[in-house]
Design a protein around this ligand. Structure first.
Ligand code: GLA
Length: 315
């Protein structure tokens, strides 16, 4: 999918989301498999006297339901953001104490995906709060994906597979090579718990946001695919270059990510801190193999068939 945060932060609006849905179609991203258009923080401003959450009427003058309808009309699904605590990370109203009400509101609006953050949640127990929201969503009358976003701070790999469909394993990604590598290495530690229906989330993509080179973005995208990570674009789809579009719509890389076996790949060989071989088992006994040079200098990286899990007589 796509999420507004990495590129737009709080600068979200009805216009941006509609244009992004249009661009998702026009760019070929929808056809490549991208499904969800997700508004992150800052769409909400208050609660009515009866507790109903209220969208920013300047930025979303028609409200959220018509926007969800528009996104659905483009053959896409619609996502939104909240926080398990009293306030979101940007100080907007959180869902604490309003779990059932918010789940019902989202269902009535046609929401298909909710990302639930963890700011202003001091003293709360993460598994308890996320399970409460899971149960509220389950009773909302609509099938809704739950994205758990507590940054890996409460060992979510131990409990989130029972509660959500994806869970962040790391702090927020930044549009830099070291940040991308840090999130890769952290999320790689929990490969065993990922599988169909529940995925480690090393955070949204920075591809196309300008802080890394095209080679670095290709590595970022390929490694997220090897890790079976949610591929959630975080750039401006309306103005992206052909090169960025080419990375995001690379059907072979996306096929590795989306392979039906649903296994997260792992680091299988390293020579020092910079030369690495990663491999992901695929359905039917195939393997996707990534030769990864983390340094700035060219390198030769050997990958033996036996070490990748392939028989040496494989074609
Ligand atoms: C946290 C999350 C981010 C984003 C912001 C919004 O930092 O981890 O992904 O949602 O909040 O405020």
């Amino acid at each position: 999918g796509w999420n507004s945060w990495n590129h737009f932060a709080c600068d979200v609006s009805d216009k941006l989301i509609r244009e992004t849905a249009d661009a998702m179609v026009a760019s070929g991203m929808r056809d490549a498999g991208y499904r969800y258009v997700v508004i992150d923080d800052c769409w909400q401003v208050a609660r009515r006297a009866d507790g109903t959450i209220v969208a920013d009427s300047v930025r979303f003058p028609a409200g959220i339901k018509p926007l969800a309808d528009y996104v659905h009309g483009r053959g896409l699904r619609f996502g939104i953001y909240t926080d398990a605590g009293t306030r979101t990370c940007q100080g907007r109203p959180g869902t604490l104490g309003h779990e059932v009400q918010d789940a019902r509101t989202y269902a009535a609006w046609g929401v298909d995906y909710v990302k639930e953050d963890w700011c202003n949640a001091t003293g709360l127990d993460a598994p308890t709060q996320y399970a409460r929201f899971r149960d509220a969503l389950a009773r909302s009358g609509r099938r809704i994906v739950l994205s758990i976003c507590e940054w890996g701070s409460n060992q979510p790999w131990e409990w989130a597979p029972r509660i959500g469909h994806l869970w962040r394993t790391t702090d927020d990604i930044e549009d830099t090579w070291p940040s991308m590598l840090g999130n890769l290495d952290q999320s790689a530690q929990h490969a065993g718990v990922a599988g169909p229906g529940g995925w480690n989330d090393p955070d949204m993509l920075e591809v196309g946001n300008g802080g890394m080179t095209a080679d670095e973005y290709r590595a970022h995208f390929s490694l997220w695919a090897i890790m079976a990570a949610p591929l959630i674009a975080g750039n401006d789809l309306r103005t992206m270059t052909a090169e960025t579009r080419g990375i995001l719509t690379n059907t072979e890389v996306i096929a590795v990510d989306q392979d039906s076996l649903g296994r997260q790949g792992m680091l299988i060989w390293a020579d020092g801190p910079e030369k690495q071989v990663w491999a992901k088992p695929l359905a039917g006994g195939a393997r996707a193999v990534a030769l990864f040079n983390r340094s700035d200098a060219p390198a030769k990286i050997p990958a033996w068939f036996s070490r990748t899990g392939l028989r040496s007589d494989s074609v």
